[in-house]
Design a protein around this ligand. Structure first.
Ligand SMILES: [Zn+2]
Length: 198
């Protein structure tokens, strides 16, 4: 039986706030838009604090969590902005997450949303490359069924012809798939705050 005044427990609430490791800082560009959306630009607290001391960023918002050393104390930053503007890249990185996001996390052959894999539309054995314009999202059963065949051979054509998305195109899809963890102080700086009201 648990007596909160008697038994110290590893599960007992901590009174010094969350662990610093669970306090990443959202990094904004100098124009106060996120440095990147996919993945969301987050720095660990040590990187963020170091950047503050190197005078490379401004603190925009803070966690209710203090860190101290002999010579200083400060609240961990929850949102920081770069002092110098960095030109964002026009095209997002070709990653697993970004590819699924382009295809809205649904199989491009049957629209299923489970058990997603990649399919080379033109199979590698036919010289098909692993690029934005030849890889599509497919559920495992469709991938298996299509096998090493071309769309014509398999009579399976992806709903949307694979393409290289621009950053704004992925951002538009990202509205439907917000990250699992968003600190409340980040919401003003992200475009999907309206979708988080629920
Ligand atoms: Zn499928």
């Amino acid at each position: 039986m648990y007596h909160e005044n008697v038994i110290p427990s590893a599960d007992a609430p901590r009174f010094d706030g969350p662990r610093p490791e669970s306090c990443p800082a959202l990094v904004l560009n100098a124009d106060f838009t996120p440095l990147s959306y996919f993945p969301l630009s987050l720095w660990g607290w040590q990187t963020a604090v170091k950047a503050v001391f190197l005078d490379r960023v401004n603190i925009v918002e803070e966690y209710d969590r203090e860190i101290r050393s002999v010579s200083f104390k400060m609240n961990l930053p929850s949102v920081i902005s770069l002092k110098k503007y960095v030109k964002p890249s026009r095209f997002p990185a070709f990653t697993r997450f970004n590819l699924f996001l382009r295809d809205k996390f649904s199989c491009q052959y049957c629209s299923d949303k489970d058990d997603l894999t990649f399919d080379h539309v033109v199979p590698r054995s036919y010289g098909g490359r692993t690029t934005w314009d030849n890889v599509t999202t497919a559920c495992a059963p469709c991938n298996l069924r299509k096998g090493g065949r071309t769309p014509a051979e398999a009579h399976m054509h992806p709903h949307i012809k694979p393409y290289q998305p621009t950053t704004p195109q992925l951002q538009a899809n990202g509205r439907y798939f917000p990250p699992h963890f968003l600190h409340e102080t980040w919401r003003d700086y992200l475009y999907w705050d309206a979708e988080l009201e629920a």
